[in-house]
Design a protein around this ligand. Structure first.
Ligand SMILES: C=C(O[C@@H]1C=C(C(=O)O)C=C[C@H]1O)C(=O)O
Length: 181
C-alpha cells in the first residue's frame, strides 16, 4: 500500500500547486473542526468510518518515530459540512501516547478529535506537510474518492509531549464549496 503514499513536503513542489484559497486551509494551524463548523454555519458532523488497532503505514510510522510493526490506534473519519463530505481524516495514535490521562482518546466516538487537542493549552503541533493524492487513490475511501487529484495535509500533535499524527484530505465537495465562496 505504501506505493500509493504521496510524498510529503512543507511547501508545494513540482508542477501541481493548490489554489490560493485552498493553500490557506492547508497551512492554517488552528482547529480545522472550528473552521469547518464556522464555514458550515454549524451544520457539521463527524462520521467515524473505523477506529481500531492496526499497523501504521511506513510513512506514518516514520513521521511518528515508531516501528511500522507496532500496532497503533487508527481512526478514520469523514467530516461533513452541510451534509456534504468535506474532509477525510486518518489519525494514528501510538500505544505509547494512549497512556495516563490520554487513555480516554481510545474511546473517542463521533466527537471531533480536534476539540480534545485544541482544548489542551499544553498541546503543540509540528510543521504542516502537504501532498497531492492522485486521482482514484485507493488510500481514500471509495465513497469519497475523486477522479481528480486531491490535496491533503498532515502534522503531528503533541499532548504531554506524546505524539499523534493527523492526516486530512480535502474532498471534492469541500473544494466546490471553497471555489463558490
Ligand atoms: C485535528 C483536528 O481534528 C479534526 C477531527 C478529526 C477526528 O475527529 O478524527 C480528525 C481530523 C481533524 O480534522 C482539528 O479539528 O484540527
Amino acid at each position: 500500500m505504501g506505493c500509493k503514499e504521496p510524498s510529503w513536503h512543507n511547501r508545494p513542489t513540482g508542477h501541481s500547486k493548490p489554489s490560493t484559497p485552498l493553500s490557506q486551509w492547508l497551512f492554517d494551524r488552528g482547529s480545522l473542526t472550528s473552521r469547518l463548523q464556522h464555514l458550515s454555519h454549524g451544520q457539521f458532523r463527524v462520521e467515524v468510518l473505523s477506529q481500531g488497532w492496526g499497523k501504521p503505514r511506513l510513512s506514518e510510522a516514520r513521521s511518528l518515530g515508531i516501528s511500522p510493526r507496532r500496532y497503533a490506534l487508527v481512526r478514520e473519519v469523514i467530516l461533513y459540512g452541510q451534509d456534504q463530505p468535506w474532509v477525510y481524516a486518518r489519525s494514528i495514535l501510538p500505544q505509547c501516547t494512549l497512556t495516563g490521562r490520554l487513555r480516554s482518546l481510545r474511546k473517542l466516538d463521533n466527537r471531533p478529535l480536534g476539540a480534545m487537542l485544541f482544548n489542551d493549552p499544553a498541546m503543540y503541533r509540528s510543521p504542516i506537510e502537504i501532498a497531492c493524492f492522485k486521482a482514484d487513490n485507493p488510500l481514500i475511501p471509495q465513497k469519497v474518492r475523486s477522479t481528480t487529484p486531491l490535496w491533503g495535509r498532515r502534522s503531528r500533535f503533541y499532548l504531554d509531549n506524546k505524539p499523534l499524527l493527523v492526516c486530512e484530505i480535502f474532498l471534492d465537495a469541500f473544494n466546490q464549496t471553497l471555489s463558490a465562496q
